[in-house]
Design a protein around this ligand. Structure first.
Ligand SMILES: Nc1ncnc2c1ncn2[C@@H]1O[C@H](COP(=O)(O)OP(=O)(O)OP(=O)(O)O)[C@@H](O)[C@H]1O
Length: 357
């Protein structure tokens, strides 16, 4: 188990800036997920830690040792790739042994480590097969096994589940969470799948435009997004962002939507240039009647435990709202929408945010 620290790290590919002044402290045993849109630099940052890409500026410390100039093999980290990267002509056991033989680990130690990793990953019966005789999920386990036998200071996962089908992906995700609990190793995990990020991470690092937008627990980034970008990137369906004009005094702030309806924001600071109101679909619910915002349902998605209602306000503004599972709302219906004032967000012109909780 090792801590990993990045300080003021930057990276260019030719004239293209990919990582700008990133600093990050990962605690020993922590599972940190790098989450961000395609091209935000997640994989590059991971490869810089592994030593597969150079670091232009800044420092990298692994387990207290300055490592930005160390060869990959001397960093004692193990990377698990999206495409598994197994040797096709070797058996599973040989694939797992290969890296250890190279660094002259004694054969009986190699045997013990393979047996232990195979037991943890439940691949004992596959040890004499070749990769072509394995399913995608089994190959991914072998790739993880090859990392485990190295007994690395940290595991680096680069979108390890993206080649698996949805059901296997969900199952392997749970297994990875169990593996982390069992090994208690430091793990960095790159994904653009926010369900993986939310379910696996102790801490999520959200990357966008070459830099860190926010670092925090899954609950933090969901309930208290630091920016409008994080607010709309995390959560599916996305948070509604509605232009507003605000007025108020003392601790009473009112936001007027573009359709003219008013939303109260008790406790929101009044002396800020608030421009947009954020509300997640689960906090904008269909109510039977009352003095609420009126809208017209355009599309209704029944998901079983809940119903998503895509609707248009009187001025045409599109919103996504939620109703209970057995909703009777149909497309074309007039509906009333209630804003949950305990779960609203405000975004200001200067990028700052306020959260009701
Ligand atoms: N070897 C390279 N040479 C030049 N540009 C590169 C190279 N590798 C990556 N890039 C560029 O760096 C940026 C970041 O790429 P990176 O693969 O780190 O993003 P990512 O967030 O992991 O994206 P994805 O989710 O699509 O894998 C992209 O604009 C990419 O085109």
């Amino acid at each position: 188990m090792a801590g990993i620290a990045l300080s003021g790290v930057s990276k260019h590919f030719g004239a293209v800036e990919v990582i700008r002044d990133v600093s990050l402290d990962i605690q020993p045993g922590e599972l940190v997920v790098f989450l961000g849109p395609s091209g935000s630099g997640k994989t590059t940052l991971l490869r810089m830690i592994a030593g597969l890409e150079s670091i232009d500026e800044g420092t990298l410390t692994i387990d207290g040792v300055r490592s930005e100039n160390l060869a990959p093999g001397r960093r004692n980290v193990a990377m698990v790739f999206q495409n598994y990267a197994l040797y096709p002509h070797m058996t599973v056991a040989e694939n797992m042994a290969f890296g250890l033989r190279n660094i002259r680990v004694a054969p009986d130690v190699i045997g013990q480590r393979i047996a232990e990793a195979a037991r943890i990953l439940e691949i004992e019966a596959l040890l004499q097969r070749r990769p072509s005789q394995l399913s995608g999920g089994q190959r991914q386990r072998v790739a993880i096994g090859r990392a485990i036998v190295k007994e690395p200071k940290a595991f680096l996962f680069d979108e390890p589940l993206s080649n698996l089908d949805a059901a296997l992906r969900a199952r392997t995700r749970v297994e990875l969470a169990e593996l982390h609990q069992r090994l208690k190793s430091t793990m960095i995990y790159v994904t653009h799948d926010q369900v993986e990020a939310m379910t696996l991470a102790d801490r999520i690092v959200i990357l966008n435009n070459c830099r860190i937008e926010q670092m925090g627990s899954p609950v933090d980034v969901y309930a208290r997004p630091a920016s409008r970008f994080v607010a709309t990137f995390v959560g599916s369906p996305a948070m509604n962002i509605l232009p507003v004009t605000v007025s108020g005094s003392g601790d009473r702030l009112n936001a007027r939507l573009t359709d003219g309806s008013l939303v109260e924001l008790p406790g929101a600071p009044v002396n800020m240039d608030w421009r947009e109101l954020g509300v997640r679909p689960e906090s904008l619910t269909v109510v039977a009647e009352g003095n609420e915002t009126s809208a017209t349902a355009t599309v209704v998605e029944r998901l079983g435990e809940r119903t998503l209602v895509y609707a248009r306000l009187a001025d045409g503004t599109q919103v996504t709202a939620q109703d209970r599972g057995l909703s009777s709302v149909k497309a074309g219906d007039a509906v009333r929408l209630k804003f949950d004032t305990a779960a609203l967000h405000l975004f200001a012109a200067d990028g700052s945010a306020w959260h009701a909780r």
